[in-house]
Design a binder for this molecule. Structure first.
Ligand SMILES: [Zn+2]
Length: 364
């Protein structure tokens, strides 16, 4: 009996999520458009639309007269009906953004984090930052939750930071749980790069095919969007792109191996040879394309954004010269459409997805 109720609730949520997804991608929609797009019955669509309207998530935006019969009500998403905070936790900084239900970034703020910060120091910085971002308006009451995009390795499914690279106080820290207690809000925890690729997928909508987000910020990581969803891997640890080997006889990396893309890149960048550093990343990107056949490659991260054109040019050139030998194989390479906000914005979108989006199937 309980099982049936749960399934009905899931289906109801699922149908609502499909209408919400339509509202996000189409500027306006009618009940008949929803019927067409979802295959639901007109009765089911009427119920879902009534419920979303009552919750304030969508609203009537006029009527369309069809000549004969009753005019059709036109609906639109109410962007400021719900908000989410997104946090990008890097080794030295905390970036917070406020994102509305439509995915628009309203505020963005960066604050320094203490060197080798502890979980308590991060929680305090989050609380202070979130208060500052939500105190000046009535957004606090419409806040869905907080998304955190953080350095891995971490266990997304259990909300655990395993051993954040370069941070000594972060071994098996149940960040999701302690942040929910500290902040009094639902928290979603994911790897920074996975949050980032989610933001790109939101912005591109249905046209976004298999994709990777390459982030250069202290280290080098990759976030993946495969088959229409974020790809996290068997242990939610996909994305350690910087620790793939590009030089068998290369320098020793922090991970203990030799010639990882990250250490080879960093040595070139530290020596001021940005062109060589960019070419190293380009080689890695070509390796990814050969392995995964991606439609989009997005470049992001504070270190990359200091020399965006050098990286973009090197990757575009390598993709054209080395990866694609047939004209039916095309890959779009671009800088992140959200600049430095991409990770934090994606983390916020993940929270909105969790509450108002199409539910992901069982977590990995
Ligand atoms: Zn390595």
């Amino acid at each position: 009996m309980t099982r049936i109720t749960a399934d009905v609730r899931f289906l109801r949520g699922y149908n609502q999520a499909r209408v919400m997804a339509l509202g996000r991608t189409a500027r306006t929609f009618e009940r008949s458009t929803v019927v067409e797009a979802t295959g639901l019955t007109p009765q089911a669509v009427s119920k879902v639309v009534a419920r979303l309207t009552a919750d304030g998530l969508i609203r009537p935006a006029g009527v369309r007269r069809t000549g004969i019969g009753k005019p059709a009500v036109v609906y639109e998403l109410v962007p400021d009906s719900r908000y989410a905070i997104g946090a990008h936790v890097a080794r030295r900084t905390l970036r917070l953004v406020l994102v509305d239900l439509a995915g628009t970034v309203h505020h963005s703020a960066v604050s320094p984090l203490p060197g080798d910060f502890t979980p308590e120091q991060l929680l305090d910085a989050l609380a202070v930052g979130i208060d500052a971002m939500t105190s000046s308006s009535d957004v606090r009451g419409r806040l869905t939750g907080v998304g955190i995009g953080m350095i891995g390795p971490l266990d997304h499914a259990h909300g655990l930071v395993r051993d954040a690279h370069g941070l000594r106080h972060w071994h098996d820290v149940p960040l999701r749980e302690i942040a929910e207690k500290h902040l009094g809000l639902p928290v979603h925890l994911d790897k920074d790069v996975t949050a980032g690729i989610t933001a790109e997928a939101w912005r591109h909508g249905a046209t976004f095919g298999d994709a990777a987000l390459i982030m250069i910020e202290s280290g080098i990581g990759g976030g993946f969007w495969l088959g229409g969803t974020a790809h996290r891997g068997a242990h939610t640890n996909a994305g350690e792109f910087g620790h793939t080997v590009v030089d068998l006889n290369g320098p020793r990396c922090v991970c203990g191996r030799h010639g990882c893309l990250e250490i080879v890149h960093n040595q070139a960048a530290d020596a001021g040879d940005i062109d060589r550093a960019a070419r190293v990343v380009a080689v890695g990107v070509v390796n990814l394309l050969q392995t995964l056949d991606l439609a989009h490659v997005v470049l992001a991260g504070a270190d990359l954004l200091r020399n965006p054109q050098a990286y973009l040019a090197a990757v575009v050139e390598a993709v054209q010269a080395d990866a694609r030998r047939a004209d039916w194989l095309t890959t779009k390479v671009a800088l992140s459409s959200l600049g430095a906000d991409v990770i934090a914005a994606g983390a916020a979108m993940q929270v909105l997805d969790q509450h108002y989006g199409v539910p992901e199937l069982a977590p990995a």
